[in-house]
Write a protein that binds this ligand. Structure first.
Ligand code: ATP
Ligand code: MN
Length: 464
């Protein structure tokens, strides 16, 4: 493998006595009489490598003329001390290979700052920009950190299915998966679609969550996690919703809500510390250009213990001065993002975990409290964003779960295996979920979720 630019920039001039080959794409070119300056980038760091090429012969001059921004090049030369103050070293090249030209008159990326909207239209070229490059590195580092956290804590990585034919997810609008001919859908005598003729012999959808399947594996492997794509046919055009996004869902057996909250706190602190340490340059870039105060706010989350309060206490707190909110605060209604921000930014000045929500606003599988009104749910709220993690202890009592399923008007036959888990070796268990892109948004300060995933899928958009 040839050397990457991030490594070169950290070397000292004498570190290599061989001629170096450096490959990348040209960001800028400055031509003068006897030599030419280039800045090249290969995605390994925010910083470019500066290259000086002497115009020693006619052949090189001809090539230099053909090189412009966006071209792919390979420089051959030695690393020397840089007289410039922005970098320690630069490459003094003696030769160049022009791999691919990039016609200046049509290359869409100009030196000026482009809007993120425009960059989405050229998603095939946007990773060559500083911001999207930095997002790409942070996204990759965060993925690694997530696996590393769970793996080093003896969690097993479980691949839950992407196509789900079990009817029990029910959350949100789903994308149907079918091989039935859309222009001639087979119908039964009752006039309904005959799914017996469909590929799976029944209706199937893209998964909206891997939780229920993760629970199956937690009931054998104790601590597991899923980290995979999920799909929601959300017809909402917001800066926080995608139709295809990645979700992280740990599930732990022999674990109650307290253990769940402790893992959630450790997890966030671990992944935030990881990017602060491994993506310093990119994080400083985000802090400077995208969201001022970003790194301080992440550091304060890493350093402070999370506060705790129940939903009922939260409502009381918010009701002390509810006139400042747009949405009313009443017991039984879900907390709005303005409420969540108030709690984290004004009341606690840091992360807070709110627990024991009214059963009506949470899922059927959450463990019922003795009051019969609230469930063992928890939301982790953080400043700037509000909810970042949602989790719960699961209902592990067969009879109570069966009642909940009926209460919700769900079909108990559809949940036969989920109920079975409460029949054979049931044990308190808990887990949580978080959307990967929301985490990246939080860590980078990027406003729009479409800019933290390489190829966003949203309503009316699946280009690239
Ligand atoms: P929201 O209220 O923001 O729509 P939700 O309550 O529908 O979220 P959950 O069903 O709890 O979300 O999903 C778990 C996590 O997945 C959320 O906390 C969020 O981080 C993320 N998430 C949910 N929907 C989307 C989406 N359409 N695009 C990206 N991430 C999402
Ligand atoms: Mn939603």
């Amino acid at each position: 493998m040839s050397l990457r630019i991030n490594n070169l920039l950290n070397m000292d001039p004498g570190d290599s006595d061989k001629l170096l080959h450096v490959e990348g794409w040209v960001r800028t070119k400055r031509d003068s009489k006897n030599f030419c300056f280039f800045e090249i980038n290969d995605g390994s760091s925010l910083k470019n490598l500066q290259v000086i090429l002497d115009k020693t012969n006619e052949e090189i001059i001809v090539i230099i003329d053909k090189i412009s921004t966006g071209a792919s090049v390979e420089f051959i030369g030695e690393l020397v001390e840089s007289p410039g103050k922005n970098q320690k070293v630069e490459l003094k090249a003696e030769n160049v290979i022009l791999w691919g030209e990039s016609p200046a008159e049509s290359y869409p990326l100009q030196k000026k700052r482009h809007s993120f909207e425009f960059l989405r239209e050229i998603a095939h070229l946007r990773p060559r920009t500083n911001t999207i490059g930095a997002v790409t590195r942070v996204r990759s580092a965060l993925s690694f950190a997530i696996h590393s956290f769970f793996q080093s804590n003896d969690f097993l990585y479980i691949h839950t299915p992407i196509i789900s034919a079990s009817d029990c997810e029910g959350a949100g609008e789903m994308f149907q998966v079918t091989t039935l001919p859309l222009d001639k859908v087979p119908k039964g005598k009752d006039g309904l679609i005959d799914y017996n003729q469909d590929f799976f012999g029944k209706q199937a959808n893209l998964t909206v969550s891997g939780q229920l399947e993760a629970e199956i594996y937690a009931m054998a492997m104790k601590n597991v996690y899923t980290f995979g794509p999920t799909f929601r046919a959300e017809n909402s055009n917001t800066s926080r919703h995608l139709a295809e996004f990645w979700m992280i869902e740990p599930e732990m057996a022999f674990c109650t809500l307290d253990g769940d909250m402790a893992v959630a706190e450790d997890f966030l602190k671990y992944i935030f510390s990881y990017v602060m340490e491994h993506c310093q340059e990119d994080m400083e870039f985000f802090n400077k250009w995208i969201e001022k105060g970003l790194t301080d706010s992440l550091r304060s989350i890493i350093d402070s213990p999370f506060s705790h309060m129940t939903y009922t206490e939260a409502v009381k707190e918010l009701q002390k001065d509810s006139s400042q909110f747009e949405f009313p605060v009443t017991w039984g209604a879900d907390l709005q993002s303005e409420h969540e921000k108030f709690l984290t930014e004004k009341v606690f000045n840091g992360p807070v975990i709110v627990t024991d929500y009214p059963k009506e606003i949470k899922a059927f599988y959450m463990k019922m409290n003795d009051d019969g009104k609230t469930v063992r749910a928890m939301d982790v709220l953080v400043p700037r964003l509000g909810e970042i993690i949602g989790g719960s202890e699961r209902e592990n009592r067969h009879d109570v779960l069966l009642n909940r399923i009926k209460e919700w008007g769900l079909n108990k036959e559809d949940y036969w295996w989920y109920l079975d888990l409460r029949k054979y070796g049931s044990v308190p268990h808990a887990g949580f979920g978080l959307g990967f892109e929301r985490v990246i948004q939080y860590v980078t300060g990027m406003q729009n979720i479409r800019d933290v995933i390489p190829f966003p899928r949203t309503v009316k958009n699946a280009e690239f």
